[in-house]
Design a protein around this ligand. Structure first.
Ligand code: SF4
Length: 382
């Protein structure tokens, strides 16, 4: 049976980072849009949507095996309120015995007392947006925390009893040097964490970063530099006994993020909050994006879903290839068509896929293959 997870979107940030195109809003932006939604009025709406969903899917008796609060900055909501939302999910659906409950947090938006409340309230895992220890990189990204703040928050999270602590990194930013990354990785190695997610900086259209690149103020991030930095990250994390289990994610044994694995393996999940995506029984749906539009539907007691699509077998195969190939456990060759299989054979000779796994019916990326994963997905899908 497919597992059931829940994603709760918290669309608030204290300020908008220059590279970010997520569905998140500052208080000033919400005010300008004329909405009365604030971090204080939001939790009741979320709980109302949880109860609406439960009512709408009354025959689904699966308990939640993972819950993920993401954003935005979930910890801009009062920690007792986050726990209240979590408890509403528990009363509505129940949790499996080993349920993984994660929240994202910005290092400067969470106090030790908050962490204690979250842990006592049932959160088991926390993921901090560190991004870099280099002040010049944090400034370019327009992040508000100082590097040391992350490590204080990590230590407070461990003292509060969090079983799993993760940090997010961004590499390949213009102006970042190998020495900057080395400093970041040295600090990572000294921290009591069991998981790292590392993504290369992408210049998303419509962001302040994109405008600065377009004006020629800063160069576009270089793919070659990003590949070299990925290599440095992988080498350092391996020395810390963190193994890659997805192209951009490394963990110590049993530290993998089970919620993300549920996405990558196309399990089912509920999407709660503005813009949240859901996937259940072969249908993908997504909520109205703006908090005001979403809240209006919740207040009316009707569905906040903007649209949905039934996935065809072709869509499912494409997602299996796109997501499965990025996993260390690999992709079953049985999902590939004839042309895809020919490409996979070729990729083995090019050193992008492991030959032994291929002989056992799996496409598993080599290190070189991880660097070229996106291009290889396109080829296998051919
Ligand atoms: S804190 Fe995260 S979600 Fe908020 S603006 Fe920055 S990158 Fe975006």
């Amino acid at each position: 049976m497919r597992t059931l997870s829940a994603y709760v979107h918290i669309p608030f940030c204290a300020s908008r980072c220059g590279y970010c195109d997520f569905n998140t809003y500052t208080a000033a932006e919400l005010q300008r849009d004329g909405t009365s939604i604030t971090s204080a009025t939001y939790p009741d709406r979320v709980i109302a949507e949880v109860n609406w969903l439960r009512h709408a899917n009354a025959t689904d008796d699966r308990a939640l095996s993972t819950v993920f609060f993401g954003g935005g900055t979930p910890t801009l909501i009062d920690s007792k309120e986050l726990v209240r939302i979590l408890h509403s999910l528990k009363s509505a659906y129940g949790f499996t015995d080993d349920a993984e409950i994660t929240t994202e947090a910005n290092p400067d938006s969470v106090s030790r007392q908050d962490l204690e409340i979250l842990r006592a309230g049932g959160f088991t895992r926390i993921s901090f947006g560190h991004q870099s220890s280099a002040k010049n990189v944090l400034a370019l990204l327009e992040r508000t925390h100082t590097p040391g703040k992350t490590w204080e928050a990590v230590s407070d999270a461990r003292s509060a009893g969090f079983e799993h602590v993760s940090v997010d990194l961004i590499y390949g930013s213009p102006g970042e040097t190998d020495a900057d990354l080395a400093e970041t990785l040295d600090q990572v190695s000294a921290a009591d964490i069991d998981h790292v997610s590392a993504y290369s900086l992408i210049v998303e259209p419509g962001t302040r970063l994109a405008a600065r690149v377009a004006r020629g103020e800063i160069p576009n991030p270089s793919d070659d530099v990003a590949a070299h930095r990925y290599e440095l990250i992988d080498e350092k994390l391996r020395s810390l006994e963190m193994t890659w289990y997805e192209v951009s994610n490394w963990s110590k044994p049993n530290g993998e993020c089970r919620h993300n694995i549920a996405y990558w393996k196309n399990q089912d999940w509920l999407g709660i909050g503005p813009g949240a995506h859901a996937h259940a029984n072969g249908t993908r749906s997504w909520n109205l994006k703006h908090p005001a539009a979403w809240a209006a539907k919740v207040d009316e007691g009707v569905s906040a879903i903007a649209d949905s699509e039934v996935l065809t077998q072709m869509d499912v195969n494409h997602e299996d290839i796109m997501l499965g190939l990025r996993l260390r456990e690999g992709l079953s060759l049985s999902v590939l068509g004839e042309a895809g299989l020919d490409q996979a054979r070729l990729a083995v000779t090019e050193g992008l896929l492991e030959p032994n796994s291929f002989a056992e019916g799996k496409a598993v990326l080599t290190f070189q293959g991880r660097l070229l994963a996106d291009g290889l997905v396109a080829r296998l899908w051919a």
